[in-house]
Design a protein around this ligand. Structure first.
Ligand code: NAD
Length: 703
């Protein structure tokens, strides 16, 4: 079903019915037009109500049709809108819940709109790098005023109908009713009244004014420029609202909206945002674990270790209202962990992001303990102790002995073998990796590491749990570093080689930051603590002596230059400041180091810097796909954008490689392989890349 037609005596009712949110699919558009024709041809019908079944009035374009011919098949939404505006009988939009994107644009074309109080109203197209392309930028300013409308269009935020109804002079909502349940009856009564009154007012005929239009538009442009940095869509939204204010006719403004919409559709930035939107949805789907897989009940969580990660992990569950027991070995460490959690919440209260009463509620849900006996009833235990296998072994043996059967035992390890950790228990099917990122209460990414024996219901429970705590979960297989950290190893190695060959840390960082990364690798190292990578490297050098690294990072750490926390790392830091100042000591160390290696430094271009680092990610990413550590290239993109600061407008490393062209990527790798100071073996293009190239495909084709 897409939309159905019914009559209540003299009122025609067209109900969009395309679950889950009445997306405006081809079939729905067709049915809306058919319904309008039926109503107009029926002499008994005096007015037409358009409404939605189920959870929404309409959530806008049907995402199932994205990228298919159905999306652009006529009739378009603009045809439906034109038909409504041409109707000789009043058309009333009856909105009971969600009116977003095209759904709101449809309502704006109607002669009247009746809303229930708690509807979510938004034009969220900007989140996909687009703008509302069916008149939203021209009609919304006419009913809400240019400032409120532009704010909604440029941010995509959703506002409640009851709040919009308060705006003085607003013309979006002709009538507000208390509840969704009474909407239908009220809409019929309202429609009858309007039919009797006569008159077919259209939003397009309303004036669009601002007392100080030029100054306001200039102000908006400046604001948006600062906010949107690498994304063209917000600026184009401003252009369209400016057109609504300045054009001689409504249709002239519509023309400008169309031109900008078509332009944005073809930008790589919009392509990247759309790719990420679909990739995030796809990441939650696991081929052999359907969504219908039964889930275990998670009502009580326990966290082992109250350090940097344990505290943040606990906060995620406390925020979701789930009781958490947190365990440490020593009272002092427990107190420290609790104080940090409390401090983080207090900071949120000070910033006005959290109510004092909610702080209290959350802290009351937290139970500190030094005894494993208090973990007996936990449904999910997440271990976040030191990254050492023998310590993890002791913890898991203990958990196996005390925790109730059926509980899920998760490890937050960043690099260690989850299968080995599972083998410390007699229930490896209940063991899984839950790799959070620091700060764990802020970062969106969760790598869910699937052990060789992890049960399907454990996996599906953990994926659901991730949703509950608002994380983006991506499933990874077991290997050293899983998806993200296995790839970052190659990225870091390249960064090290670049220093050996002639770059400074700030030159590398600036090149990556210009590409769009929030932070280059060296500033990132200083922030995270260079000692963390050092510890991992020491283990890896033992396990894989054939892997060659630049030793500059080790030299830095041997002198205690761990980064911001020691006020010195790749950069110098003034007391109390996070500003990175290039360090003369580091530069001297690099000069000496190159001399020892017999390397004559050369000038390295930003292009080479960026591509060596990015294609290192791509080549390792491709090997990760070959090894089935990630099931789709899009999962890798989600990991990098949500966990590693990869620029959103680039869509992730694998999409970047597709857009750069795999042929060009391979050529660049072959060139890098010839560099005597680099790792020729590593730069052999992954088999998968060569196969894709040969078959005329790219990573996106195998998602
Ligand atoms: P941390 O040193 O800040 O905290 C570890 C805590 O575990 C300490 O408070 C320590 O007292 C406690 N602990 C140690 N042995 C224990 C035991 N037997 N029983 C109970 N508590 C014990 O370390 P962290 O940075 O929070 O890292 C913890 C885990 O998370 C590691 O496996 C690490 O690889 C992983 N991880 C860290 C990060 C990061 O950026 N810090 C990111 C992702 C994953």
């Amino acid at each position: 079903m897409s939309a159905h037609y019914a009559k209540d005596n003299d009122i025609a009712i067209i109900t969009m019915d395309n679950p889950p949110v009445n997306g405006l699919s081809y079939a729905t558009r067709l049915k809306l037009l058919e319904g309008l024709s039926l109503a107009l041809d029926d002499a008994e019908v005096k007015a037409i109500v358009i409404t939605g079944a189920g959870k929404a009035f309409s959530g806008g374009a049907d995402i199932k049709e994205f990228g298919t011919p159905w999306a652009s098949k006529e009739p378009h939404l603009l045809n439906v809108i034109a038909a409504i505006e041409q109707s000789s009988k009043p058309v009333i939009a009856a909105v009971h819940t969600v009116a977003m994107g095209g759904g709101l644009e449809l309502a704006l074309a109607c002669h009247f709109r009746i809303f229930s109080r708690a509807c979510d109203v938004a034009l969220p197209e900007v989140n996909l790098g687009l703008l509302p392309g069916a008149g939203g930028t021209q009609r919304l300013p006419r009913v809400l005023g240019a400032e409120v409308a532009l704010n909604m269009i440029v941010t995509g935020v959703s506002i409640k109908s009851q709040d919009l109804a308060q705006i003085p002079g607003q013309k979006l909502i002709d009538k507000l009713v208390d509840s969704a349940e009474e909407l239908k009856a009220q809409a019929l009564e309202f429609a009858r009244t309007k039919a009797q009154e006569g008159g077919l007012p259209l939003v397009r005929n309303l004036p669009c004014k601002h007392p100080n239009a030029d100054a306001y538009i200039q102000f908006a442009r400046n604001m948006v420029k600062g906010m949107a940095k690498n994304l063209p869509a917000p600026g184009k939204c401003v252009d369209c609202v400016a057109a609504a204010l300045k054009s001689r006719t409504f249709d002239e403004g519509m023309h400008i909206e169309r031109e900008n919409f078509v332009y944005l559709m073809s930008t790589p930035e919009s392509r990247a945002l759309r790719h990420l939107f679909f990739s995030q949805r796809a990441a939650s789907k696991i081929a052999d674990v359907p969504e219908s897989t039964p889930k275990r009940l998670v009502q009580q969580v326990a966290v082992v270790g109250a350090g940097t990660m344990g505290g943040g992990i606990a906060m995620n569950y406390l925020n979701a209202g789930v009781p958490v027991t947190i365990l440490e070995m020593q009272q002092e460490a427990l107190d420290r962990g609790l104080a940090t959690i409390q401090k983080n919440y207090v900071a949120q209260v000070k910033k006005g992001k959290l109510k004092e009463s909610d702080l209290q509620k959350r802290m009351q849900l937290l139970k500190p303990t030094l005894s494993y006996d208090d973990l007996q009833n936990a449904d999910l235990v997440i271990e976040a102790v030191f990254e050492e296998m023998d310590i993890k072994q002791k913890v898991f043996e203990k958990l196996d002995a005390v925790v109730k059967p059926g509980a899920i035992l998760a490890s937050n390890t960043s690099t260690l073998d989850v299968n080995k950790i599972a083998s410390f228990t007699k229930r490896p099917q209940d063991v899984v990796g839950m790799h959070f990122f620091s700060p764990a209460n802020v970062m969106k990414l969760l790598e869910v590491v699937r052990g060789s024996q992890t049960a399907k219901d454990v996996l599906s429970t953990v994926m659901a749990s991730a949703k509950q705590i608002k994380k983006t979960a991506v499933v990874a297989g077991v290997c050293d570093g899983f998806i993200g950290n296995r790839m970052i190893e190659q990225y870091s190695r390249q960064a090290g080689f670049l220093l050996d060959e002639g770059c400074t840390p700030s030159q590398v960082d600036k090149a990556l930051e210009r590409f769009g990364f929030a932070m280059g690798p060296f500033r990132m190292g200083d922030l995270a603590g260079n000692d963390i990578g050092w510890a991992i490297r020491k283990r890896r050098v033992q396990e894989r002596p054939f892997m060659r690294y630049s030793t500059t990072a080790d030299k830095l750490c041997e002198l205690g230059r761990f980064g911001q926390k020691t006020k010195a790392g790749w950069y110098d830091y003034m007391e109390g400041s996070r500003n990175a100042t290039p360090s003369q000591w580091v530069e001297d160390m690099l000069v000496q180091h190159r001399a020892q290696l017999g390397i004559k430094p050369r000038k390295i271009s930003d292009d080479e810097i960026v591509h060596r680092l990015l294609f290192a990610l791509v080549n390792e990413g491709a090997r990760i796909l070959e090894d089935k550590i990630a099931s789709k290239a899009s999962d890798i993109d989600v990991v990098y954008v949500t966990g590693y600061g990869f620029p959103i407008h680039r869509g992730g490393p694998m999409l970047y490689a597709d857009q750069y062209g795999l042929y060009n990527v391979v050529r660049a790798m072959q060139k890098f392989a010839k560099n005597p100071y680099d790792d020729a073996q590593f730069w052999q293009p992954a088999k998968l890349i060569l196969e894709l190239l040969d078959a005329g495909k790219n990573f996106n084709n195998i998602n």
